[in-house]
Design a protein around this ligand. Sequence first.
Ligand code: MN
Ligand code: MN
Length: 399
Amino acid sequence: MNDNKYQPSAPVPIPQPIRSDGAGGVDRGPRDVLRDMQNPDMLVPPKTDNGLLPNLRFSFSDTHMQLNHGGWSREITVRELPIATTLAGVNMYLKPGGVRELHWHQQAEWSYMLLGRARITAVDQNGRNFIADVGPGDLWYFPPGIPHSIQGLEEGCEFLLVFDDGAFSDLNTLSLSDWFAHTPKEVLSANFGVPESEFDGIPKEQVYIYQSTVPGSVSSTAIQSPNGAVPLPFAHRLLAQPSMMMPGGSVRIVDSSVFPISKTIAAALVEIEPGGMRELHWHPNNDEWQYYLTGQGRMTVFGGEGNARTYDVRAGDVGYVPFAFGHYVQNTGTESLWFLEMFKSDRFEDVSLSQWMALTPHALVESNLNVSPALISKLNKVKQPVVKHPGYTYQNSHD
Ligand code: MN
Ligand code: MN
C-alpha cells in the first residue's frame, strides 16, 4: 500500500490462519487478535507439527491474582495446567516490609528471586535456625515440613516459588495464624504459660500476606540458637556460579551437587541469544517445568508416534515437557531469551541428540538417517546445550 510511506510506521498486519501454500483460510472473527499475534506458531503451525499433544504452556497473566495488603500472589498448578503433575509454581510480590507469614507445608519449596530483595527465615527440626537476605538471581530451598517466612526489604521483591507437587496451592499451607485461630485460647494459654487475654487480638483466620515494616539488619534481628545454624544453607547465589558459555548463549546448572540441601528440585538457568536455540534434547529423569524470564521464543515438543506440537512462549509463561519427550526452544525475538528449566529430582540430567549421534558408530547413524559424513562432522561429542551456527537460522516456520 503506497499510503504507508506517508505514515510514521506501517500498520501491523492482522495475522490470518493461512499457510503460504494456501492451506487454511481467513478468520473473520470472533477472535482475539492480540493473542493471535502472540501465538504465530499456534495460528499457523509448522508443517511438521502433527497429532495430539496436551496443552504444554500457561501464562501467569491468565491466572487469578490473590491481592493482599503487603503484596500479591498467583499460581500455576495442576488446576491451571493439568499435565503439570510434578511441580507447581507461585509468582509472588511483597511490598517493602510485606510479609509472607510464618508457615510450613508438606512440599519442598525452591525459589528464584526475580527483583528486589527479601529476608528469609527458617528453623529446622533440631532447633537450628537460618536467616539470610536474598537478591536477584539468588535461590532458596526449604525442605518439606520446615517452617519459614519471607519478607520484602526496602525495595520490595518479586520471586518465583516452585513446589515439588503439581497439586500444591500456596493458599493451602499450614500457617501460624490459622493454627492459632483454630486452637482454644485455654490451650494456647496452657501451652505458652500466659493468660488467655494475651490472645485477644490474634487474627481470626489465615493472614497469608500482610503489611509490616522493613526489618533491621540481619545482625540486629537474628536470634542466636543454642543449637547453632542449619548445617546446609537454605540459600544459594546462582549468578555467582560460573556459567557454561557457548555460541548462542549460556547455561548454569544448579542441583544438589552444588546446592546440597536442594534434594528434590534441580534446575538450569538458560540464556538463548537472538538466533540461537536450546538444542534438540530430552531428560532421562523427570518432567520439565519451565519459567520464562525475558524475551520470547517457541518450543516444539516431540512425543513419538508422529506427535509434535509448537508452543509460543514469552516472559511470564510456564512451559512443561513430559518425561523423555524430545524438545527444543528457539529465541524468536530481538533480545536474549532467559528461562529456567526445573525438575523434581536431585540431579539435572539431559540427553543431547547431537552428542548421542556423535558417540554412536557413524556408519550406523548415516544409514539410519540416509545422511552424509557432512552432518556427522558437525556433531558435538562435547554437549552444547545452546547452539547458534552462523548462516543457519530458522526464521520463519510458516512457509
Ligand atoms: Mn512456603
Ligand atoms: Mn529441556
